[in-house]
Design a protein around this ligand. Structure first.
Ligand SMILES: Cc1ncc(COP(=O)(O)O)c(C=O)c1O
Length: 376
């Protein structure tokens, strides 16, 4: 009998992942503008979150923090960017975290406690789901963007009630019904939290985000976002009122017990924020319109309202085959499978960027036309 190793159970688990067509492997690529090079093959990159495609500026990587912000890892660049981000969201204050994921973990776990009720959209991002688990609050999941279900669930008694939603849903590209959500919140005295990682800098006046697009920007109590997507930089932040920021500084474990984001990245975000974002936003809107229109004309069912355009295939294996076909034909779109999306709802998640030129979109549509014939 072959001798057993203590970690053999890991192989068993990996085997099960492979059998279910859910195995993930790292690829090594070099992304540059509209393209990405993988194993020497140059592909059109249709899965980058650098939505605005702000022209590349050199990063002055001249200083590493080597400490948390509460120890010696803080400097004036943080103060500057936090002031800018608070104004961007029309909030009293903001706080930068090393990533958007950590901003979710730190802020939600700091404010929700035992006796509270969290109402969370069923399609919310993994970082929100994990954040809710870190609290002792009761968590109820409401059906995706279903205001009737949300309304029913807000009737439960609790000390504090929180409604948490994404602004632009990251895997579906639809927008949260924020007008109705803020109305329900007003009636039930619920605190509204919006993770706008995919709407920030991209949607609304001056890229102020999804709540601004629905004219309810001021009704959001806590914004959570990423600097690594629309802005094309790195990091995460919250924007909210002074006392919540203060509480996070004192209580958020993902803020206190981790090294600070290097300040050259903070400065980089500031630079990008102050660039001509409006010009890039217009390009992105134009590209999104023409790619969605082209895909619909081919026959794909497209329900997205943003730069995130999923083509839902269903079966995991078919999504992988579809992705491989695109790859072989020079287009890079990563298939998205469970647990990122529900089982049997595997998809090709296309993300449009301002990097794309008209000829890139035309070429992509030619390949999608061939894929439609082959897979649909
Ligand atoms: C909705 C949402 N929130 C948060 C995050 C995490 O942001 P970051 O990449 O800055 O950690 C993501 C990233 O995928 C996201 O899609």
């Amino acid at each position: 009998m072959a001798s057993k190793h203590k970690l053999d159970f890991v192989d068993t688990e990996l085997q099960a992942i492979k059998q279910n067509n859910l195995y993930r492997k790292l690829r090594y690529g070099k992304a540059q503008g509209a393209y990405i090079t993988i194993n020497g093959k140059k592909l059109l990159n249709l899965c980058s979150n650098d939505y605005l495609g702000i022209p590349i500026t050199k990063i002055q990587a001249n200083q590493l923090q080597s400490s948390s912000r509460l120890v010696s890892g803080n400097d004036e660049s943080y103060k500057k960017l936090e002031k800018v981000l608070a104004k961007h969201k029309s909030q009293q204050n903001s706080l930068i975290f090393p990533t958007g994921y950590m901003a979710n973990l730190g802020s939600i776990s700091a404010i929700a406690k035992k006796g509270d009720l969290i109402l969370s959209d069923e399609l919310n991002h993994a970082s929100i789901i994990e954040s809710c688990k870190l609290t002792d609050a009761k968590v109820l999941i409401y059906k995706h963007n279903d205001m009737q279900d949300l309304q029913i669930k807000t009737k439960q008694k609790a000390k504090n009630k929180f409604i948490i939603t994404e602004g632009v849903f990251s895997m579906d590209g639809d927008l949260s019904s924020l007008k109705q959500i803020t109305e329900i919140a007003e009636k039930t005295n619920a605190i509204t939290i919006v993770d706008d990682a995919h709407g920030d800098f991209v949607i609304g006046k001056d890229g102020k985000g999804t709540p601004n697009h629905f004219h309810v920007g001021k009704k959001i109590d806590l914004y959570i976002s990423s600097l690594s997507k629309g802005l094309g930089s790195f990091g995460g932040y919250i924007a909210t009122q002074n006392n919540v920021v203060d509480l996070c500084i004192n209580k958020s474990k993902s803020f206190i017990y981790t090294s600070a984001l290097p300040s050259f990245l903070v400065k980089h975000s500031l630079k990008r924020f102050e660039s001509n974002r409006e010009k890039q936003k217009k390009k992105l809107e134009k590209n999104t319109k023409s790619l969605s229109k082209g895909l619909r004309e081919i026959g794909f069912e497209i329900n997205s309202e943003s730069q995130i355009i999923p083509i839902i295939v269903g079966n995991e294996k078919s999504a992988m085959d579809f992705g491989k076909f695109l790859f072989d034909n020079g287009i890079f779109v990563q298939p998205i499978r469970y647990p990122t999306v529900p089982k049997n709802q595997a998809r090709l998640r296309i993300s449009v960027t301002a990097w794309l030129k008209d000829k890139d979109i035309e070429r992509a549509l030619e390949i999608f036309q061939k894929a439609y014939v082959k897979f649909c």
